[in-house]
Each structure stands twice: as structure tokens, then as C-alpha cells.
Design a protein around this ligand. Structure first.
Ligand code: ACO
Length: 462
């Protein structure tokens, strides 16, 4: 049955990432890794991290309040609030309930939704919940709001340079500039132990890095095949990379995004896609008889398909790589930070275009889905969204720390994770006005936050 609401999707976005960051080049040298391993090998430039006064709750409070303010949305207009996060702060109390502080103040407690968790996929689950709500008979005419918030930190070792941190808020409703093509979706869900968090007194995951790379690529292939076959049933013709203008990937680190897109081209080659020219077909032909399993570990195939896909990557993927390369893996927020990069780089030419998104969460859960971009009126025009996101300025105004300081802060956070009875330094000198920060966790583990005002006064500290 078709929904009565038309063009349901994302009306507006806001991103917050911490102003604290470190250069991957400096981390490489500090860790004794070979030169180029993090920058070229992983494809990362810089990594954001939460300082001692920030966490997933403060970041999401900032992203939500900034979105409401900058797009002039009355908090009473929100009818559903869904959070995606894999950063566990409390095993029972949702992050959503902390965000209710913003809405309670305005007398709005009639807001459905809680948190969704499955590694980096929780934000996509939250987004689908909100879109489905607006399309459903339970919709009451108000907006949905989705928040993806994570701090990605790893124990010392090869995974540490793939950290990052951010919160993204997305306003959901009808007549949106970013519309879901809801029939065009392929999912792949399976039971694997590639990355998980069984140690409940530590923020760090247990991770089988190599397995997680293969699981990601296998899920990608499976989702792509399903999406292609659904498209063919609907449109009566095959789908290929040529049918979308942009591809946006969950980005743990940029190298995996490059390999993923190359994989889609190899899929298209195996399905005889007409846009692949004869010279490129010849380069890929030696690999056509590999079994699926063999193909994931074949280095020559990886090289050949990356070479063939390079010009397509530059046109269809590269515009979405800026924020993930600069901020790092933001877990649930990562794919939407990539999408935000695309808006930042291409907002004036996006209307009319199709963007295919690939969301992956270890464990594993994955969906490939399609978005159509439309021009809308202010404040939900793409140019206004790009202006609110203000990516260039946000990146430029960060403060770089040396790796030693980053390691020192991680040590403090290790001790504070799950702890009670401490006050933070309350040093918010690096934070922009309007940013929330953690002030205290009391003897009953209750967390208190304040907002940095324009005049630097603490508004609602404990
Ligand atoms: N110059 C250039 N490239 C280099 C150099 C150098 N000096 N040294 C190494 N490299 C390359 C390697 O060849 C490799 O590239 P390739 O994959 O194209 O072969 C790359 O750098 C990484 O080096 P490796 O030795 O293969 O990997 P490492 O042991 O450092 O671990 C990994 C990398 C697995 C990504 C690790 O960082 C990790 O576990 N991260 C967390 C898990 C993760 O992000 N998984 C992705 C999906 S799940 C999720 O989103 C959490």
C-alpha cells in the first residue's frame, strides 16, 4: 500500500565533531608504524577524539540543539526521536532520555522512540524507524529526529588509528530534499564475531580486523546483488554502478571504501555491465573463474579492480570522503558524515541525482539503500543545509594535539569509563559557544552536563 505522505526523507542535517584532533602522520611516527601506513595504507588524514569533558551524550545534545536552532524548528514539532549508538554509557537508560532535557523544557514529553544498537548500523536502524513512522498510519504530522552518536576508541594496537568521534542529527518528514527510494533496498544480516564489545567495563571492542574487512565486503556483495535484483524486477532492466550518481559507504577508514567501490565494479563486470570497456574487461577477465571466497583474498584482483574503478571512484565516491578522512570512524555517524561531505562538495548539482548508500555494522547487519535528491525551499534547501553544516569552518577551527596528549586522555577515559564520583576539569576553552560538556558524574552515577554560552557562563551546571 502506498504511503499518503510524499517524498519522505531527510529534511535537514547537523554534524558535531570534537575540536580535539591529531594528525595521522604524527600518530604513525609515535606508534613506530612505517611512514605512510595510516595515511596511505589506511587512507586517513586526521582523527577527532573526545576530550575529557565530552562524550556521546554531550555531542548529541549539541547536534540536536544546534539543528533545532539553526533550522528554526520548535522542539514541540518533534514527535519521534530515535538514537543510534554503540557507545554504551548505561545498560538501561537510553541516550534518547538524556536528549529529552531539550524537549521537556518546552513542555514536549510526547515523543516516541528509544536507542538502537548494533555496532555501526544503529543509526541506519534509527533512520529507517523514523522514515517508516512518517510513512505510517501512526504519524501525527510532526517531525521525526534521528541522532547518530559515537566515540570510536580502540586499545593500543593496529586498530587505534581507525578511531574517531561525532554526532549527527537528521530531521525527518515529508516533502524532503533527500528522499528514500524505499523499494530499492538490499540487506544482509548474519552471525559473525568480527567486532564486538563483550567486556562491559571497557569502552574498547574486541576486534578481528581482517575478518571484519572480509565480512564488510561479503555483506556489500550480498546487499548489492539484492538491490540489483529488486531494481530489475521494478524497472525491467539491470542495475549497475552507472545507474547512480554517487555511492556513499560506511567508512571505518578510506582504504576500505576504495576497495568496496572496486568490488561493486567487479560485480558489474561479472554481470556483463555495458559501461565497462573492452580494455577494462581484459584486466578483470583473469579473475572471472575465482570462487567468491577466493576473490576476497586475491590481491591481484584487488589491485586490478581498484585500477579499473579509479576514474569512476573519483567521480562517484571521492566527493563523499572528506569528513571521514578528517575525523575518522564515527561508527553510527560515519556513513552520514560521508553523505554530509557529498552535500558540502556538490550541493548545487545534487538535485535530480541518485545516491546509493551502504551501511555496515559488525556482528553483522548491513543495508544498501537508495536516495533521490530534490530541490526544496529554504530552510530545507541544499544550499542552506550546506551552509548550516559549515564543514570547512568546523574542520579549520579544530585544535591539533600531539599523540602523547591523545594517549594521556585515553588513559583518563579508561579510568572514567563506568566510574562514579568525579568532576571533570570543566575546561571548555576549545569548545564553540553552544556546545554541551560533561561537568560531573555523582555518587549515584548520574551524569550532569552544561552548555557553553556565548559569554562562557555555565547555564545549567549541577
Ligand atoms: N605505506 C603505505 N601503505 C602501507 C604501509 C606503508 N608504509 N604499511 C602498510 N601499508 C598498508 C598495507 O599494505 C595495508 O593495505 P592493503 O589493505 O591495501 O593491503 C594497510 O596499510 C593496512 O595495513 P595492514 O598491515 O594490512 O593492517 P593492520 O594490521 O595495520 O590493521 C585494520 C588494519 C585491520 C583495518 C585495523 O586498523 C583494524 O582492526 N581496524 C578496526 C576494524 C575495522 O575498522 N574494520 C572495518 C569494518 S568494521 C568497522 O567499521 C569497525
Amino acid at each position: 500500500m502506498a504511503s499518503e505522505q510524499k517524498n519522505v526523507g531527510i529534511l535537514a542535517l547537523e554534524i558535531y565533531f570534537p575540536p580535539s584532533c591529531l594528525q595521522q602522520e604524527a600518530l604513525e611516527a609515535h606508534d613506530g608504524a612505517s611512514k605512510g601506513k595510516y595515511t596511505i595504507g589506511l587512507g586517513q588524514d586526521c582523527m577527532a577524539f573526545c576530550g575529557e569533558v565530552e562524550d556521546v551524550i554531550s555531542m548529541s545534545l549539541t547536534a540536536v540543539s544546534s539543528l533545532l536552532e539553526k533550522y528554526r524548528v520548535d522542539p514541540k514539532q518533534i514527535g519521534r526521536l530515535e538514537v543510534g549508538s554503540e557507545t554504551v554509557i548505561d545498560k538501561s537508560k537510553s541516550i534518547k532520555t538524556f536528549l529529552m532535557q531539550i524537549f521537556e523544557k518546552c513542555g514536549n514529553t510526547d515523543i516516541e522512540g528509544v536507542d538502537s544498537t548494533n555496532a555501526c548500523y544503529g543509526g541506519t536502524a534509527a533512520l529507517f524507524n523514523c522514515v517508516n513512522w512518517v510513512e505510517s498510519s501512526s504519524w501525527d504530522g510532526r517531525y521525526g529526529l534521528v541522532v547518530c552518536t559515537d566515540s570510536a576508541v580502540y586499545a593500543e594496537g593496529p586498530a587505534r588509528p581507525t578511531g574517531g568521534a561525532a554526532a549527527i542529527a537528521m530531521l525527518i518528514g515529508p516533502d524532503a530534499p533527500i528522499v528514500f527510494e524505499s523499494k530499492l533496498r538490499g540487506s544482509h544480516m548474519a552471525h559473525v564475531y568480527d567486532f564486538y564489545k563483550p567486556i562491559l567495563d571497557s569502552e574498547y571492542p574486541v576486534v578481528d580486523g581482517k575478518l571484519s574487512q572480509t565480512c564488510y565486503l561479503m555483506a556489500l556483495d550480498s546487499c548489492y546483488k539484492t538491490l540489483c535484483s529488486k531494481y530489475e524486477k521494478l524497472e525491467g532492466k539491470p542495475f549497475s554502478v552507472a545507474d547512480a550518481d554517487y555511492f556513499v559507504f560506511h567508512s571505518p577508514y578510506n582504504k576500505l571504501v576504495q576497495k568496496s567501490f572496486a568490488r561493486l565494479l567487479f560485480n558489474d563486470f561479472m554481470r556483463n555491465a555495458s559501461y565497462i570497456n573492452e580494455a577494462d574487461k581484459e584486466k578483470l577477465a583473469p579473475f572471472s573463474s575465482l570462487t567468491g571466497d577466493e576473490s576476497y583474498s586475491n590481491r591481484d584482483l584487488e589491485k586490478a579492480s581498484q585500477q579499473v574503478s579509479k576514474p569512476f571512484y573519483d567521480a562517484k565516491v571521492q566527493p563523499s570522503t572528506l569528513v571521514p578522512k578528517q575525523v575518522g570512524n564515527m561508527y553510527t555517524a560515519s556513513i552520514y558524515a560521508a553523505f554530509i561531505s557529498l552535500i558540502h562538495n556538490k550541493h548545487s548539482t545534487l538535485p535530480g541525482q541518485r545516491v546509493v548508500m551502504f551501511s555496515y555494522g559488525s556482528g553483522s547487519t548491513a543495508t544498501m539503500f537508495s536516495l533521490r535528491i530534490r530541490e526544496c525551499q529554504h530552510p530545507f534547501s541544499l544550499s542552506n543545509i550546506a551552509a548550516v553544516l559549515n564543514i570547512a569552518e568546523k574542520l579549520k577551527s579544530r585544535h591539533e594535539f600531539p599523540p602523547e596528549k591523545f594517549v594521556e586522555i585515553l588513559k583518563i577515559m579508561e579510568h572514567r569509563y563506568g566510574a562514579k564520583n568525579f568532576v571533570t576539569s570543566k575546561d571548555c576553552s576549545l569548545l564553540a559557544p553552544g556546545t554541551y560538556y560533561l561537568t560531573e558524574v555523582d555518587s549515584k552515577y548520574r551524569r550532569f552536563y552544561a552548555k557553553k554560552e556565548t559569554n562562557s557562563a555555565v547555564a545549567n551546571g549541577h
